[in-house]
Design a protein around this ligand. Structure first.
Ligand SMILES: Cc1cc2nc3c(=O)[nH]c(=O)nc-3n(C[C@H](O)[C@H](O)[C@H](O)COP(=O)(O)OP(=O)(O)OC[C@H]3O[C@@H](n4cnc5c(N)ncnc54)[C@H](O)[C@@H]3O)c2cc1C
Length: 405
């Protein structure tokens, strides 16, 4: 089978489906190809969409669809010490931003919400489950993409522009031999689901707890339960796999006393590594989302960086009557790289610094590292300028809140 498109999106996860949604009514013929079978996705992955991205989602016309799918709002956050002191408490209304909340929606519902909106455009086709196996490259441009389904049926797709959103182990990145900066971290993350203890309030806040025994974060889920995530320390993954609820309560409750009596259901383990592509634009191909930058979940920014990149990419895409010109596509993608790469370099450097603190907060030096960190957070809470920088970063306004027109 041979197919043609103006824009081919490879990978229909969060980034690929968001791209499809953002292109609705653009007039382009779009194919999105994904190897998934439509089976359940890992619900413990990213599930909070940042305020800066809520702005983008509203602009694309998808916001009301997220609420219709059951999304709720997270309006603030609190950093607490393990001995019960509130170090910093903030609500996003203090920032003067248009959407002062995170959208809270289970990970497995984000893609279907974007995707069903993308499908409202008659020029959009979703091809699933097809896995991209090879790329044909002519004069530095990908001229054909070869994919197969489980029955071995092959499809060849030719497109003017290719947007690779195929995740951290990107086939496109590998086939095009894009060099990457990589950093493996030592401590994987462990996540739990549990009912929200009555003592943990407000119920629409994110919480971070840290003390002599370690640190963890608590995120609300759309169904009123919570997700607890922390680095695996010396006890290791095998220990957690065999652990009883009482064992879990002892460790988790030793960091966040409110969780001492919780039923902690294991949601999963996550090896963590940073992979940052040196080039985002390769001829007529651009890497987006985890394919371009997989990062440590320390600041919950992975899925949000992917969506945020689209805001820069969309206005650069040549119009339907221009996109068949290879030079126009190449220039647009090179411009995207020029704008976005230095911004992402800085965001990733800051994320890496938070990741390293999480690493050190999980080893034998943790009491020292986390005491220092708690003292700094408390000081920051009362310093208006630093507090503003902290809130900007937490909500995705990494380089400041734009002044109102
Ligand atoms: C424990 C954990 C917690 C996290 N918490 C947060 C958080 O709080 N906030 C946050 O913002 N982020 C978080 N993240 C990160 C976030 O989940 C990811 O950054 C995000 O899902 C990446 O989206 P993506 O679309 O770029 O990649 P993916 O979601 O990995 O999607 C890639 C898609 O490409 C498809 N694909 C892959 N290869 C091929 C191929 N060869 N052919 C066709 N299709 C292909 C796959 O089927 C998949 O649909 C977390 C991650 C983890 C592991």
């Amino acid at each position: 089978m041979k197919m043609y498109a103006d824009i081919l999106i490879i990978g229909g996860g969060v980034s690929g489906s968001a791209m499809g949604a953002a292109l609705v009514n653009s007039g382009h013929r779009v194919i999105c190809i994904d190897q998934g079978t439509g089976g359940p996705l890992d619900t413990a992955r990213g599930d909070h969409i940042s305020p800066v991205n809520v702005e983008a989602i509203a602009e694309w016309g998808v916001l009301e669809h997220f609420f219709a799918a059951g999304a709720t709002k997270r309006i603030g956050h609190q950093f607490r010490s393990s001995d019960g002191e509130t170090l910093l408490s903030a609500e996003y209304t203090e920032m003067g931003i248009p959407y002062p909340y995170f959208l809270v929606i289970n990970h497995e519902m984000i893609t279907p919400t974007f995707m069903s909106f993308a499908k409202t455009d008659p020029g959009f086709v979703l091809l699933q489950p097809y896995s991209v196996k090879d790329l044909e490259v002519t004069d530095g441009n990908v001229t054909n993409v070869l994919a197969t389904n489980r029955e071995g049926d092959e499809v060849q797709i030719s497109a003017h522009m290719i947007i690779a959103c195929d995740g951290a182990s990107s086939t496109v990145r590998e086939k095009l031999r894009v060099p990457c900066f990589e950093h493996p971290y030592n401590h994987p993350m462990v996540a739990f689901f549990t009912d929200r203890p009555a003592a943990l309030a407000p119920d629409n806040y994110f919480f971070r707890y840290a003390g002599d025994n370690g640190q963890l974060v608590i995120q609300q889920r759309m169904d009123g339960t919570i997700k607890v995530t922390m680095p695996v320390a010396d006890e290791g993954i095998p220990w957690w796999k065999k652990s009883t609820n009482e064992d879990r309560q002892k460790i988790v409750g030793g960091i966040a006393p409110e969780l001492s009596d919780s039923e902690l259901e294991l949601a999963g383990f996550y090896p963590v590594r940073m992979i940052h592509a040196i080039d985002y634009a390769i001829g007529n191909v651009v890497l987006i989302g985890d394919a371009a930058h997989a990062i440590h979940p320390a600041r919950g920014q992975g899925l949000n960086m992917g969506i945020a990149s689209l805001k820069a990419l969309i206005p650069l895409i040549p119009a339907p009557d221009e996109i068949s010109k290879p030079e126009a596509v190449k220039l647009a993608l090179a411009e995207f790289h020029r704008i976005q790469k230095p911004l992402n370099d800085r965001i990733i450097a800051r994320n890496h610094s938070a990741a390293m603190e999480m690493e050190m907060g999980a080893d034998e030096n943790r009491a020292f590292v986390l005491k220092k960190s708690n003292a700094a957070i408390k000081q920051m809470a009362g310093d208006l300028k630093i507090r503003e920088l902290h809130l900007n970063e937490a909500t995705g306004y990494h380089f400041g809140v734009p002044a109102k027109a």
